[in-house]
Ligand binder design. Structure first.
Ligand code: AMP
Ligand code: ZN
Ligand code: FE
Ligand code: FE
Length: 281
């Protein structure tokens, strides 16, 4: 079972990298993607936890914004973790998440919610890429909402009056940075319409020109119809088709291995890196 998209406590997942690797191995996963938001901080702990036949496709899920302001998530896999321009791009993204979080908190305070940056820091694991799920956890801890899901539905969704965006590269720039670092770029859940505005079918060709390798088709946030449309696009543009859980531990309902990538698609994707970087024991 190949699951190429998961999160740990290095971003907004609730399992440590070590706990995730153990869980993956005991769940029958053969290739696990570790793709924290805008961070590679979990890579070493995941490698140190390797056992049995589990293989790791280390990566990151890069937050992007199109010039039209549409939020896009780009999975970078199997890139050189020491590539300076890519690490700089990730750290710029992480840095602007802090003032962005302060602004979202100010917006909530302005509407009378009793929440502070200290509350959110208390809900954020040390070294994690700070994001809305940590704000959600702080709102749960203060009994303002009862779950992450309720926090997003009521207060934190993309069209909410409290929402603020942060600096993010365009999808094209992030693809170029990932490819220049030797890795492969797979666009995550591009038609997940229930998350907000999505790309149009016409927006994929420029991404392919920038070096896009694949499309995440099988993902719980994409309907049967959205998956069908994506399969047509992937075929027309000769892109690799992936499926993955987007596992976040107890932070979301997504279960490890609930969607997977076919062996042949994985092999094709892996052959597109500049050198072999799959980690195994
Ligand atoms: P941010 O990167 O700070 O904009 O936050 C986006 C993150 O929030 C994504 O990783 C999603 O997985 C997470 N998210 C979005 N909607 C929900 C939800 N309803 N419940 C839990 N997490 C969510
Ligand atoms: Zn997340
Ligand atoms: Fe995502
Ligand atoms: Fe994700």
């Amino acid at each position: 079972m190949i699951d190429l998209h998961t999160h740990t406590t290095c971003s907004d997942g609730t399992d440590s990298p070590l706990a995730l690797v153990k869980k993956a191995a005991s769940s029958g996963i053969t290739v696990l993607g570790v793709t924290d938001h805008d961070s590679t901080a979990g890579w070493q702990e995941a490698i140190d936890g390797l056992h049995g036949n589990l293989q790791l496709a280390l990566g990151a899920e890069v937050s992007c914004l199109t010039t039209d302001g549409i939020s896009v998530h780009m999975l970078g896999l199997l890139f050189d973790g020491n590539n300076h321009p890519l690490q700089q791009l990730l750290s710029d993204s992480r840095d602007t998440r802090i003032p962005r979080m302060r602004k979202m908190i100010e917006n909530l305070q302005g509407a009378g919610y009793d929440i502070s940056i200290e509350d959110v820091e208390a809900s954020t694991p040390v070294g994690a890429t700070i994001g809305r799920p940590h704000l959600a956890d702080a709102l749960v801890a203060k009994k303002i909402v009862s779950s992450r899901d309720e926090a997003f539905k009521e207060l934190l969704h993309n069209d909410s009056p409290f929402y603020v965006s942060h600096f993010a590269p365009t999808p094209e720039d992030s693809i170029r940075a990932i490819r220049s670092a030797g890795g492969v770029a797979v666009i995550a859940h591009p038609f997940a319409s229930r998350r907000g505005q999505t790309l149009t079918p016409e927006s994929f060709a420029p991404l392919v020109d920038a070096g896009l390798n694949g499309i995440e088709v099988f993902h719980r946030d994409q309907s049967e119809d959205e998956r069908k449309q994506l399969l047509v696009i992937a075929k027309a543009l000769n892109l690799v088709v992936t499926g993955s859980s987007d596992y976040h531990g107890t932070g979301k309902l997504n279960q490890l291995g609930e969607n997977t990538t076919a062996e042949a698609e994985w092999e094709r994707l892996e052959s597109m890196t500049d050198q072999r970087r799959v980690a195994s024991r």
